[in-house]
Design a protein around this ligand. Structure first.
Ligand code: AMP
Ligand code: MG
Length: 344
């Protein structure tokens, strides 16, 4: 494996590797993706093998121009009203962290869609991802570049640690701006339904196409989206999720980690303890001092990665407000909390 910088030369080298059926990890605005040619069976099989991902969990095909949508998805088989919604979403929210589930074109490999009659498509809003897709095959299957079930990578170093020996190249494009995965929206069944909350808040989708259903309240409560398994997006360390009220009343244990939403909660906790200020410890972190949900999302996986790296006995995490990106953050924390401690 070699790390490339996203220069013209680096991107051409990586694109050539993708055309040859090899795997390349690359940055997107959400998280780093593990890319392979979406129409190459060997590359697709390689993605499942590298991640240890079950074959029943389908991949998202990434495109880099609107014309490519029809190559992947058969939108003309949708009812006219739904087709209009698809076009409106593409016009308003693409490129961006929104994945659409649509009827698939017959030649999209079953391996990519896990045999489903539908396919997941996304147009990422990231210069490096777009150039790589355009220079390679125009349709790149790319789940997050992490072993199945583990935290998604938001920096090239995360990919290197977790999957470094499984890819031909990692393109280092710096940290991901959004930091949580895309919102998955199913339009294949008529009425639109969010299967996974993510980087595009529900409010933005509803502003374009009106009310949407979902997401399922309990992780694993439905199997609409095969990837929504109960335990997912999890650090190796056990994580316990707390309401704000619970969090600010927790006792302090030096071997445990504390992840507060904002400065207010942190201050309330410290005051409540009446102890010496436990500052200067990498085990006590705040997602966003000012309570900004976009900043919180961008830092979430990075801080969880860090807790795993330094080694703590348990992570206490505070729920964030359930608006905008808060839905995606709480969803990832809930999934992470379903995992029992698993040391590497
Ligand atoms: P990721 O592993 O982060 O790339 O996430 C892809 C998500 O999209 C997973 O939750 C998949 O289960 C879901 N997904 C992909 N294709 C489909 C599909 N055809 N129908 C429903 N969900 C899908
Ligand atoms: Mg993933």
């Amino acid at each position: 494996m070699k790390i490339l910088i996203p220069s013209d030369e680096g991107l051409h080298t990586a694109a050539e590797a993708l055309r040859a059926g090899l795997l390349v990890a690359f940055p997107t605005e959400t998280v780093y993706g593990l890319g392979g040619d979406g129409f190459n069976l060997q590359a697709l099989a390689g993605i499942f093998a590298a991640k240890g991902r079950p074959r029943f969990d389908p991949l998202i095909i990434h495109i880099a121009d609107l014309d490519s949508l029809e190559r992947i998805a058969a939108t003309d088989s949708l009812e006219l009203a739904v087709r209009d919604k698809v076009h409106a979403l593409c016009a308003c929210l693409w490129p961006g962290p929104l994945t659409l589930i649509l009827p698939k074109q017959p030649d999209v490999p079953d391996l990519a869609t896990s045999g489903l009659p539908t396919v997941a498509v996304r147009f990422p809003d990231h210069r490096v991802a777009q150039q790589l897709i355009r220079l390679s095959t125009g349709a790149v299957a790319a789940p997050s570049a992490n072993p199945f079930g583990y935290l998604s990578p938001t920096k090239a170093a995360h990919v290197q640690e977790q999957l470094g020996d499984q890819v031909a190249f990692i393109i280092d494009g710096g940290p991901c701006g959004i930091g949580v995965e895309s919102t998955v929206l199913d339009l294949s069944a008529g009425s639109p339904q969010i299967l996974r909350p993510g980087g595009t808040p529900r409010e933005r989708i509803e502003a374009v196409i009106g009310p949407v259903a979902g997401p399922p309240l309990e992780p694993g409560s439905t199997i609409h989206s095969p990837g929504q398994l109960k335990s997912h997006y999890a650090p190796r360390t056990a994580l316990t999720l707390h309401s704000r009220q619970e969090m600010i009343h927790l006792p302090y244990e030096p071997s445990e980690a504390y992840l507060f939403f904002d400065r207010w909660s942190w201050d309330a906790w410290v005051q409540g303890l009446g102890l010496m200020y436990p500052a200067g410890t990498s085990r006590i972190r705040v997602l966003s001092e000012q309570g900004n949900l976009a900043e919180a999302a961008a830092r979430l996986f990075e801080l969880l990665h860090e807790f795993d790296r330094i080694g703590v006995s348990v992570i206490h995490a505070e729920q964030v407000p359930e608006t905008g990106l808060g839905l995606a953050i709480n969803d990832r924390l809930t999934h992470a909390s379903c995992r029992k401690a698993l040391k590497p």
